[in-house]
Write a protein that binds this ligand. Structure first.
Ligand SMILES: [Zn+2]
Ligand SMILES: [Zn+2]
Length: 142
């Protein structure tokens, strides 16, 4: 049989996956800096950790995508207040823009309350950039 041996294909896939993780990390850091949000590479926040577990649970059953994500490993975006889709960067931005200025903009992704002040946060979990907004109580939940 011709073609690339399976082991070589696997390692190319692993390289791609590693590159996607590194890219997600950079995107998260840049996006956080632009938004004035705190970038948390770790999960020292209990609410954020719960949201990431929720994402992992959904992803396990195959989260539908916006249709623009490449088939090979690439960076996906998960928006905590619109969790039904894994999105490309552009679609994630569209959700952010659509929410801005609405009452939903002030809803905490941790407890669901409407509050006066939301702390935006951007996390990176594997090759996924995760955006969320937390109230002060959930923000302090360590
Ligand atoms: Zn998209
Ligand atoms: Zn909250």
């Amino acid at each position: 049989m011709r073609g690339v041996p399976v082991s070589a294909r696997r390692s190319a896939y692993a390289d791609q996956a590693r590159a996607a993780v590194a890219e997600a990390e950079q995107i998260a850091a840049r996006a956080a800096a632009r938004a004035g949000a705190e970038w948390r590479p770790g999960l020292e926040n209990a609410t954020a950790a719960r949201l990431v577990r929720e994402l992992n649970g959904r992803a396990m059953f195959g989260l539908p995508t916006c249709g623009h994500l490449p088939a090979s490993p690439g960076v996906g975006w998960w928006v905590a207040w619109s969790p039904e889709l894994m999105r490309c960067g552009r679609c994630a931005r569209d959700v952010l823009v659509a929410t801005r200025g609405t009452s939903e903009d002030n809803r905490c992704d941790g407890c669901g309350r409407l509050v006066g002040l939301i702390h935006p946060a951007i996390l990176q979990g594997g090759a996924v950039v995760i955006t969320l907004g937390l109230c002060s109580d959930c923000e302090a939940d360590r």
